[in-house]
Ligand binder design. Structure first.
Ligand code: PLP
Length: 397
């Protein structure tokens, strides 16, 4: 049994706010404050450079990688932390392409997050060997798998609609055609049960500042399946991925297994925050979390469908086909979300017309969802989105 009242008490949640945006930026875990303070004063402050050894900084990317690995069904020793998700997408796709010489297509879907597509395009341009990115509609991925495709690059849960791909089935279909898979778990890790080893995934990547609550700019993770770990060539051959970084040899030799996916100096303060945030998961059963997320999502969908006829559900209606978010389409979605935020309900907006709400049982409950429905209903009924102050767009939506 997971005590969700106890996990909720572990976060700083500003009073009067219903926070349904943990799928973009998780809230502050109280222990992260303490841990970062301790890392700054006790380690950086007092140990100075000796902390790389004495406080174990140098091993943090691997040690914390294993903690994440436990949440996503990875074999121990096959996940490492570092850089940002965009960078890890680049690395994973480059390594996978390299393992499929002679094939030229990176296949993805049109619902994928733009940065994943941009990184694949940039990589193809740099390789300049005829390699290209091809995208198809999410429902058409399986039939687009053929012998030209080297890599299938998919985000399991669509950032706009919350639609979820069947990771095991698509991985098996890809493998039948000799294709390697790169799964982006940005909206899966900490959101729902993931079984990378069971699904036979080749590579996986994800970020930690969404459902894993590491804070803005928290480091990303990368997984390489054991069968590829000693063959994958890291495109970004930085010194900390070298076999012997402190030999300072002039030529690159990849480090053992997942170590080679490290690039440069890890962000120790962000890793400290993440390490503290991950303590919360020690007492969480992922199946219980998923069950509760579905119940809260159903509550939100039912409430909005009866109170806000203007909003059209953009997420799949069947719970098992959704990730841990609920999205609605509304023509004036941006202004409506601004009005919700002004009333104390924080979600976010994704162009062109999606109002998106993250469902995160670690710190939201039925009372929050009921309040969210009330606020949305009032914004729509009183047309609060028409107010002039909600008509402008800031840099971040
Ligand atoms: C959030 C997200 C990103 C963001 O990448 P960063 O490099 O961390 O900014 C990339 N891909 C997907 C699928 C995402 O959801």
């Amino acid at each position: 049994m997971t005590d969700f009242a106890a996990t909720r008490a572990m976060f700083h949640l500003p009073p009067g706010i219903v926070y349904l945006d943990g799928n973009s930026l998780g809230p502050l875990p109280l222990k992260a404050l303490e841990r970062v303070n301790q890392t700054m004063r006790g380690e950086w402050g007092d140990m100075l450079i000796t902390a790389w050894n004495r406080a174990g900084w140098i091993d943090m990317p691997r040690r914390i990688g294993d903690r994440i690995g436990a949440l996503i069904g990875a074999e121990p020793g096959h996940v490492v932390m570092g850089d940002t998700l965009s960078i890890k997408v680049y690395q994973a796709v480059a390594s996978a392409l390299d393992l499929r010489p002679g094939r030229r297509v990176i296949l993805s879907d049109t619902g994928n997050f733009p940065s994943d597509l941009y990184m694949a395009q940039g990589l193809a341009h740099t390789l300049a060997n005829g390699c290209r990115l091809q995208t198809v509609a999410p429902e058409e991925v399986e039939e687009a798998l053929d012998e030209e495709v080297a890599v299938l690059l998919l985000t399991e849960v669509d950032y706009r609609t919350g639609r979820r791909h069947d990771m095991a089935a698509l991985t098996a279909a890809a493998h039948r055609k000799g294709i390697l898979t790169v799964w982006d778990l940005a909206h899966s890790a900490g959101a729902l049960p993931v079984d990378l080893a069971g699904a036979g995934a080749d590579f996986a990547v994800g970020c930690t500042y969404k459902y894993l609550n590491s804070g803005p700019g928290g480091p990303a993770f990368i997984y390489v399946a054991p069968r590829h770990a000693e063959h994958a060539r890291p495109a970004l051959s930085g010194w900390l991925g070298h076999e012997a970084p402190f030999a300072f040899a002039p030529d690159y030799r990849p480090g053992p297994g997942i170590e080679r996916m490290r690039v440069g100096t890890p962000p120790i303060l962000q890793l400290a925050a993440l390490d503290a945030a991950l303590d919360i998961w020690d007492q969480v059963d992922m199946n219980a979390l998923r069950k509760r997320a579905i119940a809260l999502s159903e509550q939100l969908i039912d409430g909005v469908e009866s109170a806000c006829p203007e909003l059209a559900l953009a997420s799949p209606r069947a719970a098992e086909r959704r990730g841990s978010q609920v999205s609605f389409r509304f023509e004036n979605g941006h202004a409506a979300m601004q009005a919700c935020i002004a009333e104390g309900l924080i979600g976010d907006f994704r162009a062109p017309d999606i109002m998106r709400f993250g469902i995160t049982p670690l710190y939201i409950d039925e009372t929050d969802v009921a309040r969210a429905i009330d606020i949305l209903a009032r914004v729509m009924r009183e047309k609060l989105w028409q107010r002039p102050e909600h008509q402008t767009r800031a840099a971040v939506t």
